[in-house]
Each structure stands twice: as C-alpha cells, then as structure tokens.
Design a protein around this ligand. Sequence first.
Ligand code: HEC
Length: 448
Amino acid sequence: MSKPAGAGRSWAVGVVLATIVGWWPMTVSANGYEQLVGHGGPVKGAAVSGDGRYALTASFDYTLGLWDLDSGDQVHWLDAHEAAANTAAFLPDGRRAISGGDDFDLVLWDLETGGALQRLEGHKGKVLSVAVSPDGALAASASWDGSAGLWSLETGELLTLFAGHVAGVNDVAFSPDGALLYTASTDGSLRSWRLSDGELIRIEASHGFGINLVTVDPAGAWIAYGSTDGVVRILSTKTGEELAQLTGDRRPILGLALSPDAKTLAFGDGEGFITIVATKDWRIVRDFRAAARGPIWSLAFADNDSLIASGLDDYAAIWPVGFEGDPLFAEDARRFLVDPDEVSNGERQFARKCSVCHTLEPDGKRRAGPTLFGVFGRKAGALHGYNYSEALLGATITWSPETLDKLFDIGPDYYTPGSKMPMQRIVDPADRQDLIEFLRAATAKPQQ
Ligand code: HEC
C-alpha cells in the first residue's frame, strides 16, 4: 500500500505550520512531543519491539501502522483485518508481529513486506488483546467470546482454548518462564492457567467489577491488574498477597504498561489521565491529564523514559514520562460531537453514524471505509485503490437514494451480506431521508 500524504512522525511545530498552510487535518498544541500521524480513526492499541526500534499502532480504521522510532518514518500500513484492529504484539525476532481485531481474528504479519502471513481463526467474539510467549513459539489471545486462545506461531494452529470465564476476556499475559497464562475478565476474575495441559491453576483475584488489563513482572515477583473500579492492584506471585492498590480515583483503567527496565509502571484511565508509578516502592511519582476529554485508550513504553499513548484522536503521541504541560489529546471538537443546534439532522446523522469510517472528500483520508465522494451513480465496490470485501466486489448494486435507503433500512449485514461494514440500521425513515439528502449535496462532484 502506498504511503498516504501527511503520514509520518512529525514534530508539533511542523504540524502547526502545516495547519496554517491548510493541508494537514489536525489541531495540535505546541508542546515538544512527537506524533504518529496517518490513521483515520482512534488508536486502540500500541506495542514496541524488543529492541525499541519499531512501534505498532492498531486502529479503529481497521489497519495497523508500523513506525520506525529512530528515523520517525511510517514504514507500512498493515491492512487485512475486516473490522477495527485492537491490539498488537511483536515476536522476539522483531521481523514478525501478531494482531487481533473486532473481526474475531488474529493476523500474523511479515513486517519486512507489511504483508499478512496467516489469518488465525477460531474465536467467536472480538479479540481484545494478544501476547507472545517469551520464546516466541506461542501466541495467546483474549476474546469477548469468553475464552483465551493459545496458538502455535509455527503452524498457526489453535492449540488450546481456555474456557471458564463467564464473560469476555479482556487481556492475557504469559508468565516470564512461559509456563503460565494469566487471563483478566469482565466477570471480575483474574485466573492463571497451566500451558502444558490447559488446566486452571488458580483464581488469583475475584471482584464484583470487571478486570481490563494484566501485566506481569519480568522477574516473576508480582502481577499488576487494572479494573473498571479505577484501581490498579499489585499481587505477590509467591504469596498471593496484595502488595499495593494504586488509584487516581478515576475509572475505568484502560491502559497499563511496564517500562523495559521494569522500574516504572504507567496506567491510563477513562477520564484522560496518565499515572506513573515507581515499582520499587509502589509510589505514584506523577499524575497528569493527557486528554482534555475522553479516555486514554492505550499505553506502551517506547523506552524507559517515554510513552506512546492514544486518546480519542486519530494519532498516537510519544512523550516523556516526566511530561508537564497541557492535555494533548481531544483538544479539538471531535467530528462526531457536533453541536446539535448548528447542523441539520442529515449532517448530524452522518457525523454520528458514518464519519468515523467515511470522508466526503475526493482525496479520502485513511478511514475504515471508502470515501463517499461521488457515491451516487457509482457501482458498489468500484472505487479504485480501496481494499473492498469480496461481498462488495461481487455486488451488482449501484448507489442511489433508493439503494442507500435500503442499505440502512435492512442493514448492511442483510443488504450486502459478508460486507466489512458493521451491522447497523437507521430505523427512522425520516433520519434516513435526511441523511441521504445531506449526502447528495455533500458528495456531489462539482459541475464541469
Ligand atoms: C465502522 C465503520 C463504518 C461505519 C460506521 C460506516 N461504514 Fe460504510 N463502509 C465501511 C466499510 C469498511 C465499507 C467497505 C465494505 C466492504 O468492502 O465490504 C463501507 C462501505 C460503504 C458503502 C459502499 C461504498 C462503495 O464504494 O461501494 C456505502 C455507500 C457506505 N459504506 C455508506 C455508509 C453510511 C451512509 C454510513 C453511516 C450511516 C456508514 N457507511 C457507516 C465502514 C463503515
């Protein structure tokens, strides 16, 4: 895939200039942080290679970005998921990576070419997290189907499905010796499983609220887990005793990361704060607001002193652990948070229900779906350069007010079965009418 205009890691100053020139789509503050720019939707997960050289970002726009952290270049767009990409992990060789998405699948990637090597199928729900075993032979996945999967990275085969949680599994982590898998679930439990025979070893913790994230000390002394009650708890792996409770009284915990030297733990929450903790005494050393509003979706350490974080915006940012400054994320009005008094119902429908995945401009920016510019009169699946599903490529529909109305009356899953567009209907005929009216004007090609 070619590199879209404007992709790359850029200094804020450059972006400010570009905004003035007018071709750059974003607003930024003038702090000295760097940004990973190019996604067309929020970044839901990030990972950094073992040598600290590369980062992966998994986005709502269905793709993953591979970034060279030394040169700042955007290296590849990894495009094979058929819904939002949620999570990624590098293999120890640094040449391959694995990701998981809302399409229920894992994809194994060749990072040199940016191509998909294999699709790992078997889950019946979204895949929220993936982890790679210390020796690089196995991958684990956490799914909202209530199970965790164990996969061979040699053959792509599903080796074990750990079943027992009674709600979605949100996160997985291998023990440093590669003998155990930890799973964190919405059912409120944190469990450990033996990899050799798939048996449940212990329920490590059990609560009346969901557990979102788990991270393991590389020396094997403790496990940290973050929950919907806004607390990160530290458990001793030897005694099972709770060593610390860390909280900024903001819920839920949505990002949790450990620095490569294991000296610093960072967590992010639903209110946009990032909290930095020293693991030697479990003291909170810093706590700052990173997003003006909305959550911190993901956190990963780029090195011992800097973090990759993401919020509601379409980019991830790299900043020092000792960050001091104004919130970076969500400073601008989000496109789907338009003021209801200022726009027509049709425009509001588009902003809320379509704009995260579709632009209306001829040079459509990276989004999950194709640009809708010039859509009326266009055959389905006909926009050059967009990676359509077989379902749309094979469809005989031509887009018109009538076919679009039908698409959202009965829903894409019935009108274009197998399409990558998510299930959704617009039930009120007047809302469909207003939306189509708005689209007719907004997607029209200028008169020649
Ligand atoms: C979560 C992402 C997402 C949302 C939200 C979404 N779409 Fe889509 N849309 C897609 C994807 C992905 C495709 C390509 C489908 C495929 O290849 O199967 C698509 C395809 C389409 C197509 C066919 C385009 C073509 O070139 O054939 C139309 C028309 C369309 N969407 C309209 C809309 C409208 C109108 C809305 C809002 C009511 C909407 N979509 C909301 C992701 C989305």
